[in-house]
Write a protein that binds this ligand. Sequence first.
Ligand code: DOR
Length: 440
Amino acid sequence: MAEGAPSVVVRGGKVVSGGRARRADVALEGGVVAAVGPDLAVPPGAVVLDAGGCLVSAGLVDIHAHLREPGAEEAETVASACRAAALGGFTAVVAMPNTDPPIDSASVVADVRALAAGAPCEVLVAGAITLGRKGERLAPLRELAMLGVRLFTDDGTGVQDGGLLLRALEYAQGLGVVLAEHCEDASLSAGGCMHEGAWSSLLGLPGIPAAAEEAMLARDLALVAQTGAPMHFLHLSTAGSVELFAAARARGLPVTAEVTPHHLALSDAAVAGYDPVFKVNPPLRPEADVEALRRAVAAGTLDAIATDHAPHPPEAKDLPFDQAPPGMLGLETALAVSVNALSGYCSAERVLAKMTAAPAAIAGVSVAGRPAASAQGGPVVAGAAAHLCVFDPAASWTVDPASLASRSANTPFARTTLVGRVRHTVFAGTPVVVDAELVC
Ligand code: DOR
């Protein structure tokens, strides 16, 4: 979208970048940031975006989104997900490979990239670790790495076979790519549909113990220690996982981890009404886990906040709780939900860092991995790519599933009033969301 990008001045906001926040305007020209400073002149014909009362940050980066195409276009398409992403302030999303067919070959990588051409955000494609995500044989990691695929995951399931994962780690290390694990020991989670604890007993629903996540995380950390290969951990959800991860970090292991907005905001008590919209994997956990996750974000233990945007159409999702597929929408509500959930734990500026610089670095698209003029995640300085998210922390809005850009409506925040809303999103110099409306 940089070609023909207009002159834009984002006026009157507080620029949040590189751990600093200051009142400044941001001038954009030809797809890059031309200047950041107070009271910038508005060139004739420039588009002025009012950022009064807003935080102006780099565009958000989501390292975990299910775009569903190819194969489940009734749930979401790359186009509809990218519109949802733009409304949520995202200028880059990592597309998970649990599509049909899965992203385990060069041709499917090319297909998804082609579908993303002209979208209002960048789509980075993650590849599967194993062929067909079956956990039996390795996918062609080298071929996909040569195409620029940087993250590999069997998300939706964990790699059950430790020996296979060990080989994948060794291989990935040589290729300079990163494996991202969905930690779930299937022998421990089998048959479960919510967190195993007091609520599952009360509701009579089969449980998934915290140990299903923690056992695989512990195994993987041992393999990282053995190989020295970097690894990213998807959607950590328990206090025990936080503890294991923090200890690994303290030992200097090359590991990163993310948490979702829904695990920061909701507990397993939400399942009390048996509404399948609250079914997700990993499941919502008890308050004590939620508290541990919030503290871990505030303390810097958990690196990134990632949506795990998982659309399911009503005909698939509206089933009895134990039969419904797990997953929740996330892209359009992620920033507001995270800021709300973490209020009292850390600042909105910190939340923004967890949704910009940190995930961009994990995905390999930050300034460390790319020229500044095309990097994601900031910092917002002259010469940087003009990807911006302008967030009004005071705007309150009520989530209406019918008005979301996603093709599906499975948000757990339906009818919830959130404080804080993305006012504008600029992708590659072009405003794609203005005053909370898509303009592309
Ligand atoms: O709840 C989830 N839904 N967790 C996953 O890991 C996969 C996702 C999906 O693809 O629906």
